[in-house]
Design a protein around this ligand. Sequence first.
Ligand code: B1H
Length: 841
Amino acid sequence: EGLGEHRAKAERMYSLMDGFLKNDPISLQKDILHHVEYTVARSRFSFDDFEAYQALAHTVRDRLIERWHDTHIYFKRTKPKRLYFLSLEFLMGRSLSNSVINLGIEDQCAEALNQLGFEFEVVAEQEGDAALGNGGLARLSACQMDSLATLDYPAWGYGLRYEYGLFRQIIVDGFQHEKPDYWLNFGNPWEIERIHVTYEVKFYGTVEEVEMNGEKQKVWIPGETVEAVAYDNPIPGYGTRNTINLRLWAAKPSSKFDLEAYNTGDYINSVVNRQKAETISNVLYPDDRSHQGKELRLKQQYFFVSASLQDIMRRFKEEHTNFDELPEKVALHLNDTHPSLSIAEVMRMLVDEEHLGWHKAWDIVCKIFSFTTHTMVTDGEKIPVDLLESLLPRHLEILYEINFNFLEELKKRIGLDYSRLALLSIVEEGAMKSIRMANLAIVCSHTVNGVSKLHLERLKTKTFKDFYGLYPEKFQCKTNGVTQRRWIVVSNPGLRDLISKWLGTEAWIRDADLLSGLRDHLDNADFHLEWKMVKKVNKMRLAEYIEAFLTLSLLQVSLDAMFDVQVKRIHEYKRQLLNIFGIIHRYNCLKNMDKDSRRKVVPRVCIIGGKAAPGYEIAKKIIKLCHAVAEKINNDTDIGDLLKVVFIPDYNVSVAELVIPGADLSQHLSTAGNEASGTGNMKFLMNGCLLLATADGSTVEIIEEIGEDNLFLFGAKVHEVEKRRQKRLSNLAPLQPAKVPLHFARVLRMVRDGYFGHKDYFKSLCETVEFGFGNDYYLLTSDFGSYLEAQAAADKAFVNQDKWTRMSILSVAGSGRFSSDRTIQDYAESTWKINPCRCPL
Ligand code: B1H
């Protein structure tokens, strides 16, 4: 009876809806106008580009929700093993273009807008970036979500909904200033607030021992409760109905918050205190590659971990009764060490709340976690024990117990070798006792992934050498990749059309290996012509952008010049300083040339962009130096179009979408052995931009695909770096300035002596590469000569446009391996053991 009633109700409701939303231009127009009037609350007779964006975004959102519902109903019905991708950072950028492309409705949307008097590109430009992450690691998460959806994997992303994303960079007088990125200001149509999906997250308090069924049990009596509210972000796959979920948590004061204070009558203070809860998810930490051990950061991490795991466990318990099934149904992936408190939290849930007993719980935990590390350095994330003790006392006990058991096991294997035991221990003793998060993640995960072959090699032989000795089977390589949907289809429509035309298919958008088919046309003159035309149009777009924001300096750039680009976070190891020194050297050469020689020079536009962490002084000085050099060179009438220097402010995902397709040459200058992978190189490669790079990270594998002849390689190789550092230090005692190449010394002296002004300010920057001071840890001195040679080779190749175009075509043709689809499929098959689960149409 109950069932019959339910069915009748369902049928009546279904008949009220008229099927799925339609995607023809007229239906889209109706929906856009509907949203103009009822969502944006503007008149359909007068709305501007931004309001058109909002209305179209809601129109697209409705369609996303439809597929997203179907996908989840389908997952629920088929109960596949699910992957939970845990990351504190996702750098999603804009969503509109990506969504309409993945939904397959771009032409219809463009036409619909057109008939309403708007232009799709202009409307799409209205959207701000979602910048909930710092750099490569965070953008990688975003690319991987796109691949997970496209390949139909039953996956969820979990993250934090920061109210302030990565700071906006503004440049005043050549100096970086940080402005808050309050990105939710104008509403966010791409998220769905789930006010009923909330969990309590607890902090502080004490641990007590109680008797339960005659056994002693630990219970955590927390001191503070905060509520986590879910915000769901649909992630559509391309060429599939599957639309997966990225669930981001926001902190809200709990209804139970501070009950005490209410009762004692301190009403005002208790309301004020409630607000403190919200600060947890307020702001993203802006330090790429460094960890601070601050309480708020730890709170963020646990808040994220606790809410996600409660959600995951609730879903598991809805479908299953026995925790033995957990490893067959749940894969938890740790994106770097940032979410690795998850390990202690799962133990706590299974032992304290589900009463499984330590050994059984441990057995399960060891089967469900996988871990990817993104760093080359040994000195990873550490959490001071003091902080943990007060914030998460029960977790600290659990971590000690995990470590105790691990060390006991270890003693059986390696004996009482205390110095080795100390190195491997999860707990670091010493002045500041702390938990080594990487050690924790390695011990408890079934797989430890490196992000390039070179990175994995480094992990095995250096960073985690001792762990590799213990668990060789855990260590695997999953070379990073980027999604060709965003990095070609969205950002380079000209190239997309050209590729599809010459391959005779769009199948490469789901299968990037097909790009190799472009080699068949390597010698076709028409193909070359069209190829060059696409680049020219993209350069024009970029030139307009540069000229628009640099109107004050009236900078004009020539389209015949080589657009030479280095965009990425500013870091000493990425050696933007080497680039600037190279530019100064080029300037010196030009100044010394006669008219005749000048005519043969390839004009350059040197473009640099990137953010420095707010507390990273040297990185900030690099930005200032770049501006100081630009001012000198750009205003030297003697130089004219031959050399221009541009700093693009506020580099982010949407700026990258404009800059990368317009670049001829891109620079990836990290001292070999420092860039775990690098992913910018892959994006430039896919866009037919030639690389000038060191043999570091994933560049080594790019060389495997396209051959050394198709990029400009320079600098010390990984195995040479240590030697050179040693040599450099042995030079210290009797200083041997003669060893410094003349060109390098001259450039350095110009900066040092104030040729570009700000002599005092640049002093400490110069010292980083000087002997007796910073000792040039990143080897700019010894790589400078080789760098200049690579630059000369690039100039030479550019003169021969035929050759250049061939190299460019071969770059794109060889980029298939660097699709995140390949990475994700590899993870799915060998690490997560999940299968595609394709929602029927
Ligand atoms: C990478 C980070 C990172 N490695 C800490 N490590 C952060 C560390 O906010 N934090 O605390 C944020 C980011 N990011 C990068 O990951 C590597 O440097 C790149 O080489 C690599 O390509 C990228 C993706 O694997």
